[in-house]
Ligand binder design. Sequence first.
Ligand SMILES: *Cc1c(COP(=O)(O)O)cnc(C)c1O
Length: 390
Amino acid sequence: MTSSLDLYCTGKLDGLAAGDLKRQPVVTRRTGGARVLRAAETYISFSCNDYLGLSQHPQVIAAAQEAIVGHGAGAGASRLITGNHKLFDELEIRLAHLKETEDCLVFGSGYLANIGLIPALAREGDLILVDELAHACIHGGCRLSDARTVRFAHNDMDRLAGLLEERRGGHDKCLIVTDGVFSMDGDLAPLPEMRELADRHDAWLVTDDAHGIGVVGGGQGSGHAFDPPVMADIQMGTLSKAVGSYGGYVCASHVVCDYLRNRARSFVFSTGLPPSAAAAAIAALEIIANDIARDKELVNRPLKKAALFCERAGLPAPASPIVPVLTGDVQAALDISERLKTQGFLVVAIRPPTVPAGTSRLRVALSAVHDDKDIIRLAELVKQEPRAIA
Ligand SMILES: *Cc1c(COP(=O)(O)O)cnc(C)c1O
């Protein structure tokens, strides 16, 4: 007999399948450089977020192995109980240094950081203004907060200014939240204008730099992509992309971090990051810091590769290593992705709910480990594909 629960899920899945929106994790083995193995086929992946190839770096792997031997496989408890192994200190100091903040707080993941920090700072009676294309976990954090949340059109500063004029007065506190680098579009938030608006209206600026750290602004992230650099009040991000490991962070002043240590529920009530993940992130951040001190060759490479791709594909110059190739239509994105697979390239189609309806796309993520000849070949293939949207 089928339970009502199974019936409910079957109905929902059928609905997704009817719109080509049902998804399935595919076993993927990353086999070095940008290569991945799927069902005995090898592809060059343009869908990994490992922008600097650091998840595979021998020093990073060795650091993780050593940490498991020295500290065990898991943290054993939340950080406020007994899970605060000593690697957290070094990790947070390195992140605060890179981000030029007083302090830093490491969470279990970037998702956990956003759903913890936003409700800790905004509650009923407060106002949150958030870019409509901000990452899902930012919108999730807003929902958990009970604050009045208003989405503004992507990067529309006139609209943001208007909302502040109209609504700021009727609320106690105000957060302005945005991705620094937009995860599916690769463009940057206009942080100088946002900083000015936040200051003028006594609002707190929160940036999500998941795709900025290590690859934008000379490796320091989206705030440093501007001259002079823009300091958000809170810079959050992840250790799972350019840093090659796992975990999330919040960089801010001492008191803000101290407050979040006490009141961000996803920090207080979730187990600390495993020692191996922390150690891997420390080793990766050391490589990034050394490269920044030397010549920034590594941290600047993904954006240079993206520029090469765009030039050859006839696309506008990129602001980050993320290049969207819009198809609009779900099926068109899936079809192009399939054709690229036959040519040895893995470029996963991105469709709703990851992007708004009607804006399905291929998301091409360039990494320091990509060979120029592969980039050029992919660009030529993409250029030949007929697309409804330029
Ligand atoms: C990936 C991502 C996150 C989530 O980070 P995880 O550490 O993977 O949970 C948050 N924000 C943005 C913009 C992201 O792209």
